[in-house]
Design a protein around this ligand. Sequence first.
Ligand SMILES: [Mg+2]
Length: 120
Amino acid sequence: MKILVVDDSETLRVQLKKDLEAGGYQVLEGFDGIHGLDLIKKNKDIRLIICDVNMPRMDGLTMCQKVHELPESKAIPILMMTTESSPEMKAHGKAAGVLAWITKPYVSEKLISVIGKIIK
Ligand SMILES: [Mg+2]
């Protein structure tokens, strides 16, 4: 099953890719919201998106909103992964269709378990 990871930190993408692949998932990497959106349009088999909030060009919440505006991608679950998790930010996320928040640094076993519950 294919997971899209969108984060401007290469270090985090490398780490996440390693952990997700160890969990049996295929991983696509996007470096900002615009790149992520492009990958979503080109890969119709993405089952889950893990997305950072703060990124250049297009932030994660804007990307999330756009993903849910597209009929072909609106059902893809999105997890936000960020150091920021203020109530205001979470309210924005909820409005944009964010399913869950994961705080950095994440715990690998926990993340894999959460993902397994979302996409069986
Ligand atoms: Mg960032």
